[in-house]
Design a binder for this molecule. Sequence first.
Ligand SMILES: [Fe+2]
Length: 317
Amino acid sequence: MSLGTKPLPVGVEVTGLDATQPIPDGVRSQLLDIFIRHGVLLFRNAGESAEAHMRVAKCFGELECHSIKESWVEGNPHLIDISYVPPPPGKPSVTQPIYEVDGRRMAGWLPWHTDQCFMPKLSRGGVLRMIQVPPEGGATGFRDKIALYASLPDRLKRRIKNRSVIYRFQPQATLHKFGRPDGLKLISTSSAMESILDRLERDFPPSVHPLVYAQAETGRKVLNISPAYAVGIEGMDSAAGDALLEEVIEYCLTSDAVYHHPWQNGDMVAWDNWRILHNAEGTPEHHTRLVQRISIAGDYGLGRQLVESGREFQQVL
Ligand SMILES: [Fe+2]
């Protein structure tokens, strides 16, 4: 097996991988090296089974059971199904929430985020496998937070130095404080969202992550922000913290350095969740999109739960 890479606007396409059979150790370490250097890896036709999906994901670390157990594929807690199938006429969607975004009803739309930033441990990454693309829509967006930090104006670099962001899980994107598109409307929830809302307070206390840290292997600095789920900056009063977050997030979301991956059946995409922001552009509500994901376990060691500073937390909310 001989690997090659072709540049994408964010990350690379990796050629030459056959995941229909066990992946040799040398190839696995090459893939991990590409993952650390480039952050997003696209594989076309590397294998169309759950086994191939697992083989690719295991190159980047141990697999984790996703914290949102409502999405587990039965019998395999490492695999979650994030497909959308339109409900029968007159019935609401139960598999994915429907949002109105830019005037269109989209299933499975998700704002720009870092997976699990509302938990102390950031999962190492994710690998999506596309089984059936919709006839339109359904792209996934990626932004590189190493490149974003590198191009951040110095005045903003100075203001965010040694700052940390508080995150709190909220599955309804219309209730997010930052990064909401104008005119976003929630049309219908999903059964998973309803069930998460029931246990939100109990199972998802706020977490704190530094706004800047250095990638361990290369020393490159990461602008460690997730617009979704951010609720404030630790130790700053609400107005000042929100204003700074608005500025940083506006900078990230208006940057031209973005890749919207137009999926093909049989694609797999892996991303490094410690440095890549991603979003889901959603599928028009009358189309089917079949896709599964695996999460890679890990802990960059810099997140923590906000438990000891109840007063501070009150201030930023
Ligand atoms: Fe995600």
